[in-house]
Each structure stands twice: as structure tokens, then as C-alpha cells.
Ligand binder design. Structure first.
Ligand SMILES: NCC(=O)CCC(=O)O
Ligand SMILES: [Mg+2]
Length: 336
């Protein structure tokens, strides 16, 4: 697009004219942020009436299923369309083969059922990845050198996705970055009769240092023991590769794709949206949330204004929705 200057320059054109009043600023606003754009990530823990703070994520808590169900009702009443669920299971449930991931009565599966009972209109997005369930904190099954085995992992992801769909998940969201897992999961869901279960693929998931607080929240940081996920998550230096990843996952049957992290990767969101024109989501991850909170708590930034501006940036970049730990606070702000 080229901007025509044939109308003449200053003073014929004064861009400040349209900015002079609130009504004209509203009329020319190119993007809107609404509660329909917001997806709230939530952590579920074992037990009853449990509410645990997460040190590096002020305001975010792990909730036991009973409290989670109550919270789900509140979120639905705020108009939030969907939540993304992350289980925090005890060390005794973790293993090398992550069997707990597909336990029909496991924590995540029971949480799905409880949320769908409490707030049927609230979309439930589930995490398909093995890191909450492995003793080593990697997203898959490892060989004796610690390498994450692609196809072996994919088989277990299929069992996990099916268990989640059986429990009532509306959208399964593989966040593991194995190759070919979207096709395998799609086939599994079709065979099991879950033809309308959507797949939100974490298609362009970068090996980012911004996930630190999330790993505290789910308790996988210690297990990972300084390890990294470079052999499956993407190199932050790459952009074309993200398009390749997204195109493959769409071809394999993803309904929605995600770019993650968010703010440092908005250029990727824009490229994906422009070139693929499909439902595109971005995840404002835990480290982004933590940085903002630190500045708010110090009085260095204004919470409401910066939260709103940060989320609007995703809309401007082309995201159809944003996973954000600010989703609840933002929904409250938008509703007022
Ligand atoms: N699979 C989900 C995540 O890794 C979330 C990362 C974050 O919020 O930092
Ligand atoms: Mg991929």
C-alpha cells in the first residue's frame, strides 16, 4: 500500500484534526479489543479448597477443582469466551512415560468435567504436552541421551488428546512442537467420534526464556534442571520457519494456530495472519506478565493503561485472540 500525498501536504492535511475530539478518535479507530478476544490461562492443583499463590506471577493462583469451577462461572459471567487449562500434578504422578497424562480420572480430565458442569458456555482449551507429567520436565518421552523422541511422544499425545476430548474439552491445544502430531491427533479424534473437537496448534512456539514463571507455576522448572527445549521449540532468530510450521499444522488439520510468546513475536503474528489468513492466536506468556506486574508493583507503569495497550498491540498485529494472564482483569476493565 502506498499512501497518496496528492491531497497535498500541510496545512491541507493536518492529521491532528481527527485526533482533536473523542468522537472522531473513536470513528477512526482501526482496531477494537473486546472480551471476545480474551482467553484466560488457569492452573489447577490437587486437593479441595486449595488456593496457592505463584511467586513470580502476582495475582495468579493454582486452584483446586472446586474453586476452579467457581472461578469458571465468574469468568463466563464476565463474557470471557474460553480458558486454557494447565494441570499441576504431584511428583508421585510423574513418570518417564507420562502415563498420568491420559488417565481418564486424572487432574486435568476431572477439571474439564467440573468446568463444563459449572459453566457449559465457557470454552475449555486443554494443553496437550507431557511436561506436567514427566519426571524430567521435557514435553515428551526421552531416550537415554535425553533426546525427546518424536513419534513415540506423538503416540502418547494422541492418548492424552483423546482423554481430554472424552472428558469434554472443546479445543485441544498441542504445545509440544513434535512434528506430525496435529495429523495424528486429528485422526485419533475423528476415529473416536470427536469430529467437532477443535485443535489449536501451538504451531510457532519458540524456545523462549520468557516461560520461566510458568515453569514455576507448574513446578517443572526444577525437574528440567537447567535443561532446554532447543531440539523441538523454534529458534527465536527465525521467521520463515514459523510460516512453514503453521502451514504444515493447518494441512494436518489444525483449526486455529498460535504464535508464542506474544509481544516479542508480533512480527510473526502479522506474517502468519497476512500469509495464511486463518484464525490466529498469540500467547502473552508468563514472563511478559511478570515483567508488567513488576513494573506495576513498583509504580513504574500504570496497570490499566499498559495492560490495555499491550493487549491492543496483539489486535493491531492481526491476532484473533490473546491468551493472557491479564484476561480476567482486562475483561473487568472492559465491562466497566
Ligand atoms: N504450554 C504452555 C506454556 O508453556 C505457557 C508458557 C508461559 O505462560 O510462559
Ligand atoms: Mg510443527
Amino acid at each position: 500500500m502506498t499512501i497518496s500525498l496528492t491531497r497535498g501536504a500541510f496545512p491541507n492535511t493536518r492529521l491532528r484534526r481527527m485526533r482533536a475530539q473523542d468522537f472522531s478518535r473513536r470513528l477512526m479507530r482501526e482496531n477494537q479489543l473486546s472480551v471476545n478476544d480474551l482467553i484466560y490461562p488457569m492452573f489447577v492443583c490437587e486437593g479441595h479448597n486449595q488456593r496457592e499463590r505463584i511467586g513470580s506471577m502476582p495475582g495468579i493462583e493454582r486452584l483446586s477443582i472446586d474453586l476452579l469451577a467457581k472461578e469458571a462461572k465468574l469468568l463466563a459471567s464476565l463474557g470471557i469466551p474460553a480458558i486454557a487449562l494447565f494441570p499441576v500434578v504431584g511428583a508421585e504422578k510423574k513418570s518417564l512415560l507420562a502415563e498420568e497424562a491420559y488417565n481418564p480420572n486424572g487432574l486435568a480430565q476431572n477439571a474439564i468435567k467440573a468446568i463444563k458442569d459449572a459453566a457449559p458456555e465457557l470454552g475449555v482449551i486443554t494443553d496437550v504436552a507431557l511436561d506436567p507429567y514427566t519426571t524430567h520436565g521435557q514435553d515428551g518421552i526421552i531416550d537415554d541421551k535425553g533426546y525427546v523422541l518424536n513419534d513415540r511422544t506423538s503416540e502418547i499425545l494422541c492418548l492424552q488428546a483423546k482423554a481430554q476430548a472424552d472428558a469434554g474439552a472443546d479445543i485441544v491445544a498441542p504445545s509440544d512442537m513434535m512434528d506430525g502430531r496435529i495429523g495424528a491427533i486429528r485422526q485419533t479424534l475423528e476415529s473416536a467420534g470427536h469430529i467437532n473437537t477443535c485443535i489449536l496448534s501451538y504451531a510457532a512456539k519458540y524456545a523462549s526464556a520468557y516461560y520461566g514463571p510458568f515453569r514455576d507455576a507448574v513446578g517443572s522448572a526444577g525437574n528440567l534442571g537447567g535443561g532446554n527445549k532447543y531440539t523441538y521449540q523454534m529458534d527465536p532468530a527465525n521467521s520463515n520457519e514459523a510460516l512453514h510450521e503453521c502451514a504444515l499444522d493447518l494441512a494436518e488439520g489444525a483449526d486455529m494456530i498460535m504464535v508464542k510468546p506474544g509481544m516479542p513475536y508480533l512480527d510473526i503474528v502479522r506474517r502468519v495472519k497476512d500469509e495464511l489468513a486463518v484464525p490466529t492466536y498469540a500467547y502473552q506468556v508468563s514472563g511478559e506478565y511478570a515483567m508488567h506486574c513488576a513494573a506495576f508493583e513498583n509504580g513504574w507503569l500504570d496497570k490499566d493503561a499498559v495492560m490495555a495497550e499491550s493487549l491492543m498491540a496483539f489486535k493491531r498485529a492481526g491476532a484473533d485472540g490473546i491468551l493472557s494472564y491479564f484476561a480476567k482483569d482486562m475483561a473487568i476493565l472492559l465491562n466497566n
